[in-house]
Every structure is written in structure tokens, then in C-alpha cells.
Ligand binder design. Structure first.
Ligand SMILES: Cc1cc2nc3c(=O)[nH]c(=O)nc-3n(C[C@H](O)[C@H](O)[C@H](O)COP(=O)(O)OP(=O)(O)OC[C@H]3O[C@@H](n4cnc5c(N)ncnc54)[C@H](O)[C@@H]3O)c2cc1C
Length: 815
């Protein structure tokens, strides 16, 4: 709950970020209760990596402002971006363990394990490091390796998903997380020398895929010349290599999600990707939008009602209430959130907790009987070696400090039954110096202090340290690998996820082959010299953070859990993001694919209805932008120069009034005779607005308030249920404002919040107004110089008036 509208203070700091980014659930719920409030129609359960990525993606693409997005996250806001982009504060990640072992620890030791943010909610015999309970989730801590799935790794994926990923979303995700620009982060002599060594010897790495068979490195575009490729690969001089050779060499570059160079002049670099910064940007934009939507009208003070994206931290979702068709409520430790008709819930709790929520909410009867099966992670090994720098012929002895390198090898293993499995080698290297033998650590120390930099520069590295981390695909559909419910109840007395995972015979065969390939690569990199093995070990299956597959997509409900859009079979309005959707994992680490799928889902969910023109009519407002419209202006009125403005809400224009009347006018000249159709609604009977037709260019008369050109030279079809100031028909909704000689048959508008149809027919001097299909007035203009039809050289226009309240308009079209 939000206990204060102001940032709170601890003994040490003022929590500006927390207050500026987050809302309490109480604030979120209160913002849905007012008469003009909209419910949250997109509820994202889990504000970790992919939940945050989805929320911001929908926010930035919702041009018609049609959605209200609510992110419910169990953890607090801890960091605004990846821990490695920040000063070293010591926020790290926990070690892998089991719940049983944690229960045996003292409270103090358990706290130490948690490192403030980590939690292990599930039960297993395997060691797991658990989840980072924080906005941004594990993306605040992840390593950055982001290879792309090959087509051969996605044969079990629905074809339309594969087509969308390969045709668009892999590339977009690669750009978003900074993989496309890897080379700006890794460069230098050590990198060049090791890459050359690997390029020359790749044929000796068993089961490595031929470079020619692999897709181009993400930064490669069809138009790159030999010189461009040499530049891309960091060569200072021409190499004499062919374009094909250079393209092949580029495929050894590590696909790292770090962008060290600004994407555009005047920008800062993205550094290492995490999901937090864009979510924060989106939520701040949402706040500013809400503030811009506030109106000085005392009857309707502005508040969070207009905030279209809210992030609620410390909100633990415990269950989704399911009525057999759709989820109607999201139940949390802080209260429940109603899911409106047409609203969707997206589950984004990481694979294991997302699966648990599905099991808790929907059970295990068909069509949910496949939930929790097909659990996969990755087979992972680490080989660290050291060897003398003299083993690298390309390395100048004049260079003292060896910098860092990161390289990538892709492999495939064929099994005796003809099936295949994939692996890749993540190779990192550095000189042996003060940082020791952890080349990964050195690679990812992004924020150096000057002393460290100085120490690195003056180090004399006599040895090279290389770590080869193998990541291998696990077989899908292993019946032994499951997530079920059980174990010791959690703090909400609910069953936990129980995770079982073990390798198959084929997994073990692939693991062995991958380790052999790593040993081959070690020999190649060491250039045939003797090397010392510093570390050679396999990681536990639970340690990778790559769990996947238990809610996997598929076209056939009998063999999958979610449809190709990521929606749960059997539930109309629940979607899933994250690796839980993967039918197979291939060898790639999950981030790139996860972001690609989140973007795809965002586009699917944010699809907006376009206004449809009636036959013979032209749409004048597309629901997205005010192109072709202009606001009237006020001058010489001191502090009262604000004509108000319109904001876009759910594809409609909503009046935000200013200090005097305003007019949003369409800059396309009206036809001489025309029929104008539009819809409008009000939020109070005190709302006052109107549609003003047939006035000249408001800027042509030298008025201080140009809106009065409409009043004086055009005619206003009134919107005012009260008929201010006197309740007379000529001042009421449907009337031509103030004109005494009209043939009225006025009727009340539809109730507050309901859209009304206006049709305004103007033929010669005759004005006919229809309200909700019934004619309400007919007026013949006899006033000279007023309501003149458009003529060549003397165009007339129409506009929407701002007077009081927040009247909305949509579906504006003309014949
Ligand atoms: C140290 C490390 C290195 C890694 N390196 C790589 C790498 O190099 N390449 C790669 O591709 N991947 C890597 N990963 C894995 C990658 O980070 C994860 O796959 C990814 O971040 C998972 O995202 P997610 O959204 O599925 O889960 P998370 O980011 O964990 O998000 C889940 C969110 O759900 C919240 N939550 C849980 N339960 C509830 C509840 N009941 N109610 C509300 N909220 C809840 C959590 O607090 C969390 O914020 C690494 C991970 C770590 C930790």
C-alpha cells in the first residue's frame, strides 16, 4: 500500500525512484473507481525481465492510448538498471541451493544467502539459485550472452511463430538489447589474436558447425563491403581476406547484449541491457501524460485515473480466479484486481513460478494436463585454462596488458537414431593479472574505478586465461522432468512448485560431446602449447536460470499448453511470456528469444481498432495522432493565455480545458455542402462543448482568442445537457447555439459515459442535426456574413470546442 504520496525517507536516503516509478495497489484500485475511470485491461503478473519488457513495449506502441496496464511484482524496486552499469554496491546473486538446505540455516545465514533480493520459492532435490525478487527481475544480474536459435533448433515450434521470429522479432530484439553492436564492447589485440587462432583451427573443434552454414553475425548487413567488414571486425589495416572469409570470421564474434557505443550522436550508450530502464521511462511518461490530462475544472479534479501504466511492487500474486472460461480476478496478498470484459492477464513469473500459478489456478484436468511437463534447462560445463601469451603469434610483445576477448562457437551432435542436439561454446579470455583467473568477471566489470583501470593498464600479462563455457540443449518431452505441486506450503499456505529434472541418455551423450569440443577449442586457442587446466566442471541442471518449456506453445491443444500467440488453451484471456513458452530450447541462452516473443506478444495484444469510414465518408481523426488538426490560440491575456488542449484516450479526443474557450479545428477546408458524423460522450452534466462549423481560418481575423472566430462567424452545434445559462432549448444539446429560429425536437443525450451519435447535415443555408439517429433541430441561416460555405479562395472549417469538462469525441468522418 502507498502510505504517502510523497517520496519516503529512510535513515539514509530519500526514495525518489520508488515514489516516482511505483504505485500502491490501493492507488491502482482507487484509480478505477471514478465515473470516467477505465479499468486496467492488461494485468501483467510479474514485473521481472519479460513482464517489464512486455509492459513497456505495449506502452510505447499503444498509439491510440487504448490500454491501461498494471504490473504486479512481488519484489521491490531495487535498481534502475543492470547491476554492472552501476557503481559497485555489492548487490550480487545468490548461490544455488535447495529449500531443505535453506530451512536448516539460521535466519542470519538465510539472509546472507538472499543477498537482499533473492528467494527460492520452489522445492527440488536439485540446487537452484532462485529468483531475484525485484522490478526487472533477473535481467538486473544476467550475463549478456544472447545467441539466436537456428531454424534447426525450432522444428517443433509453430511455423507462424518461427516465421514471425526470423522475419522480424529476432532482429528487433537483437537491436533492443544491444547484441547487434557487440564489437564496440570487445576489441583489442588479445581478441584479434584469439579470434584468428580459433578461425584458423575451427575445423579441429569436434562437432563445431561449419561457419559457412551459420547465419550472419547480427551486425552484418547485405551491403557491407570488404572494407566495412574489416572495420566491423576491428582490423586497422587491410587483411587481404575475401568477403566470404570475413563474413565467416564475424560468426565467431560473441553475441553479447552490451552496447558500449551511442546508437546516435548525442545519445548515451545503452551499456548492458536490463528490462528496468525502459519500464521506468514508460511509467514516467505515463505519469506525465496523466498530469497533462488534468483539467482545472473543479468538478472533475485530475488524478491517477488518467495514468495508463502502473507498477505495483511488493504485490505477491497468489492465484487467478477462473470461471471456467476466463480469469475474472487476480488475487494478491494486498487485495484483488478485477479483470474487465475484454481484459487480459499475462503471466510472467519465470518458468517455474508461472507454471505453479497455472497449476494453482487451473488444476491439472484437460486441457491443463500438460502444464508442468516438458521442463528443460541447459547442460552446462566450464573449462578454464591458462597458457603463456607467446602461444598467440599475433600478439605484439610491446603490449603489456592483455585486454579481454569473447568468442562463440556453435556445434551440433548427431545421435545414433538420427536426431540431433545443439550446443555452443561461450569463450571468454583475459590476461592473468590482478583480477585473477576469472575471465568472465573481468569481461563484465563494466564500471571501473580509475585505480583498477590503472592497474589493468600497467599490468604485464604473461599468461592468458580462457574460460570455455559449454551450453547444451536438453531433450524436450523428458517425462522425468516436471513441475508439480506439493512440498512445504509457502508463506500464503499454498503448495509450492516441486521441480524434478535429470538428463536422458541423449543429454549425457551431448554433454560428453560438448565437453570434448571444449577441450578441442582449448587446444586450438592455446596454439598447440601446453596449457594448465584451472577448472573443469559441470554445473548442476538447476543452476543455469534457463528453465523453459512447461507452458509451451503449439498449434495443437492436445500436444501443447499455449496457442501460437502464447494464450493458455482453455482460458480466453490468460497469456504467458518467457521461456516457459519454448517447445524446445536449442542451445541459446533464453534472453534474446524471450525478448523477441515479448515484443511479438505486445504487438498482438496492443493491436488497435481503426475507425472505419461509412460508405462515401472520409475519416478525419485516426484515433492516434492530431495530424491535420490545430488548436486555437490566445494572446494578450496575461496568465489566461491557455486555450486548453485535447488528449488522446482510447482512440478518442478528450477535452482538457484551459483558461478560456478553445477550439481544435480541422485544417482541411470543408466542402461547400457536407454531412459530418461523429460520436461524443460526457462525464458530467456540467460538461459543455460543441461542434462548430463553417467558420473562416481562425487566424485570419486578428482575434486575441482565435476560438471566437468560430463563435462569431460559424455556428455551434451545442453539447450541454443543462443548457447554460438558462436551460433554454436554444442552449441545449443538439441546438444551433443561441439561434432563436430553429425547429426543435430536442431529446436528452444518452446517459453519462455512453457514446452519442451526431450527424450534422449542412446544405446551402440549411442546418439539420440528428442526435442518436433522431432529428433534433433544423435551422435556416439568414445572417449575412456568417456560416459561409467554403468557396475557392475562401475556405471554411469545422472544429471541436473546449469549454468545460472532459467531453470526448471519436469516429469523426465527413461526406
Ligand atoms: C547471473 C545470471 C546470468 C545469466 N546470464 C544469462 C545470459 O548470459 N544469457 C541469457 O540469455 N540469460 C541469462 N540469464 C537468464 C535470464 O536472465 C533469465 O532467463 C531471464 O531474466 C528470466 O526472465 P523472466 O522474466 O522469465 O524471470 P524473472 O526475470 O526472474 O522475472 C520473474 C519476476 O516474477 C516475480 N515474481 C515471482 N513470483 C511472483 C508472484 N507470485 N507475484 C508477483 N511477482 C512474482 C519475481 O520477483 C520476478 O521479478 C542469467 C541469469 C542470471 C541470474
Amino acid at each position: 500500500m502507498a502510505t504517502s504520496t510523497k517520496p519516503q525517507e529512510t535513515d539514509f536516503s530519500r526514495d525518489l525512484l520508488g515514489r516516482y516509478v511505483c504505485n500502491g495497489l490501493d492507488e491502482a484500485l482507487a484509480s478505477t473507481t471514478r465515473v470516467d475511470a477505465r479499468p486496467f485491461d492488461m494485468i501483467i503478473v510479474g514485473g521481472g525481465t519479460f513482464g517489464s519488457a512486455l509492459a513497456e513495449h505495449i506502452w510505447f506502441r499503444d498509439a491510440t492510448h487504448s490500454h491501461r496496464i498494471l504490473v504486479l511484482e512481488a519484489g521491490p524496486l531495487i535498481l534502475p538498471e543492470h547491476v554492472q552499469n552501476l557503481p559497485v554496491v555489492g548487490v550480487g546473486f545468490s548461490s544455488a541451493t535447495t529449500l531443505a538446505k535453506l530451512f536448516q540455516l539460521s535466519a542470519a545465514d538465510r539472509d546472507a544467502w538472499r543477498m537482499d533480493v533473492w528467494g527460492l520459492p520452489w522445492d527440488s532435490n536439485l540446487d537452484f539459485p532462485g529468483l531475484a525478487y525485484a522490478i526487472g527481475g533477473r535481467s538486473l544480474f544476467w550475463g549478456g550472452w544472447s545467441p539466436q536459435l537456428l531454424g534447426a533448433e525450432m522444428v517443433a515450434w509453430p511455423p507462424q511463430v518461427v516465421a514471425d521470429l526470423t522475419g522480424r522479432y529476432f532482429a528487433e530484439a537483437s537491436d533492443q538489447i544491444g547484441v547487434t553492436e557487440t564489437n564496440d564492447f570487445i576489441f583489442g589485440d588479445l581478441h584479434q589474436a584469439l579470434r584468428q587462432q580459433l578461425f584458423a583451427g575451427i575445423g579441429a573443434v569436434s562437432n563445431a558447425l561449419p561457419l559457412a552454414s551459420l547465419p550472419d553475425y547480427p551486425a552484418v548487413t547485405a551491403s557491407l563491403s570488404v572494407a566495412d567488414l574489416e572495420r566491423l571486425l576491428g582490423f586497422q589495416q587491410t587483411t587481404g581476406m575475401s568477403q566470404q572469409q570475413l563474413l565467416a570470421m564475424a560468426k565467431l564474434e560473441a553475441p553479447l547484449a552490451v552496447q558500449g557505443r551511442p546508437p546516435h550522436a548525442g545519445f548515451f550508450p545503452f551499456n548492458k541491457f536490463s528490462a528496468a530502464p525502459l519500464l521506468i521511462k514508460a511509467v514516467r511518461e505515463a505519469q506525465l501524460d496523466a498530469e497533462a490530462a488534468k483539467t482545472p475544472d473543479v468538478t472533475m479534479p485530475g488524478d491517477d485515473v488518467k495514468k495508463r501504466l502502473m507498477v505495483v511492487p511488493m504485490c505477491h500474486v497468489v492465484r487467478l480466479a477462473f470461471d471456467g472460461q476466463r480469469v475474472t480476478r487476480v488475487l494478491t496478498n494486498l487485495g484483488e484486481v478485477a479483470v474487465p470484459d475484454g481484459g487480459v492477464v499475462v503471466v510472467a513469473l519465470g518458468t517455474i513460478e508461472s507454471t505453479r500459478l497455472a497449476l494453482l489456478s487451473f488444476g491439472t484436468a484437460a486441457p491443463f494436463d500438460r502444464v508442468g511437463r516438458n521442463l528443460m534447462a541447459h547442460l552446462r560445463s566450464n573449462l578454464t585454462i591458462r597458457f603463456p601469451r607467446t602461444a598467440l603469434p599475433g600478439l605484439s610483445p610491446a603490449i603489456r596488458e592483455l585486454q579481454t576477448s569473447a568468442l562463440f562457437v556453435k556445434g551440433r551432435v548427431s545421435h545414433p537414431d538420427g536426431s540431433v542436439g545443439h550446443f555452443h561454446l561461450q569463450i571468454t579470455a583475459s590476461g592473468l593479472d590482478a583480477v585473477g583467473t576469472n575471465s568472465e568477471a573481468k569481461l563484465f566489470k563494466k564500471v571501473p574505478d580509475l585505480d583498477t583501470l590503472d592497474r589493468l593498464r600497467t599490468t604485464t600479462s604473461t599468461e592468458v586465461v580462457v574460460t570455455i563455457r559449454g551450453i547444451g540443449e536438453m531433450e524436450p518431452q523428458n517425462p522425468a522432468n516436471t513441475i508439480t505441486l506439493g512440498g512445504v506450503p509457502d508463506e500464503f499456505s499454498l503448495p509450492r512448485a516441486v521441480v524434478a529434472m535429470s538428463p536422458t541418455a541423449k543429454d549425457n551423450a551431448l554433454w560428453d560431446a560438448m565437453d570434448r569440443a571444449a577441450a578441442d577449442a582449448a587446444r586450438v586457442l592455446a596454439g598447440g602449447t601446453n596449457f594448465t587446466v584451472v577448472q573443469n566442471q559441470r554445473d548442476g541442471l538447476g543452476t543455469t536460470h534457463h528453465e523453459a518449456g512447461t507452458l509451451h506453445v503449439g498449434a495443437n491443444p492436445a500436444s501443447s499448453v499455449t496457442n501460437p500467440d502464447g494464450r493458455l488453451h482453455g482460458v480466453q484471456n490468460v497469456y504467458v511470456v518467457g521461456p516457459a513458452l519454448f517447445p524446445t530450447t536449442g542451445s541459446p541462452n533464453p534472453m534474446l528469444t524471450g525478448i523477441a516473443l515479448a515484443r511479438r506478444m505486445g504487438d498482438l495484444l496492443a493491436t488497435q481498432a481503426k475507425p472505419v469510414a461509412a460508405p462515401g465518408f472520409t475519416v478525419l481523426f485516426d484515433g492516434k495522432a492530431l495530424k491535420g488538426w490545430r488548436m486555437s490560440t490566445i494572446k494578450n491575456q496575461g496568465s489566461n493565455n491557455n486555450p486548453g488542449h485535447f488528449i488522446i484516450v482510447d482512440g478518442a479526443l478528450e477535452a482538457v480545458t484551459g483558461t478560456d474557450i478553445g477550439l481544435l479545428w480541422n485544417t482541411s477546408p470543408l466542402p461547400a455542402d457536407f454531412t459530418l458524423r461523429l460520436q461524443w460522450r460526457r462525464w458530467s452534466d456540467f460538461d459543455n462543448s460543441g461542434v462548430v462549423v463553417r467558420f473562416p481560418d481562425p487566424e485570419s481575423k486578428g482575434y486575441n482568442n482565435t476560438a471566437f472566430v468560430g463563435v462569431d462567424f460559424g455556428f455551434e452545434v451545442q453539447i450541454d445537457e443543462r443548457g447554460a445559462p438558462d436551460g433554454a432549448p436554444l442552449h441545449k444539446t443538439g441546438a444551433i447555439y443561441g439561434q432563436p429560429s430553429q425547429a426543435f425536437s430536442l431529446q436528452p443525450a444518452l446517459p453519462i459515459g455512453v457514446w452519442n451519435d451526431y450527424e450534422i447535415r449542412v446544405q446551402g443555408n440549411s442546418y439539420t442535426v440528428l442526435l442518436n439517429g433522431a432529428q433534433v433541430t433544423q435551422f435556416t441561416n439568414t445572417i449575412p456574413g456568417r456560416g459561409l460555405p467554403s468557396a475557392p479562395g475562401a475556405p471554411s472549417f469545422f472544429g471541436l470546442q473546449l469549454h468545460t469538462g472532459r467531453v470526448q469525441f471519436r469516429n469523426i468522418q465527413i461526406q
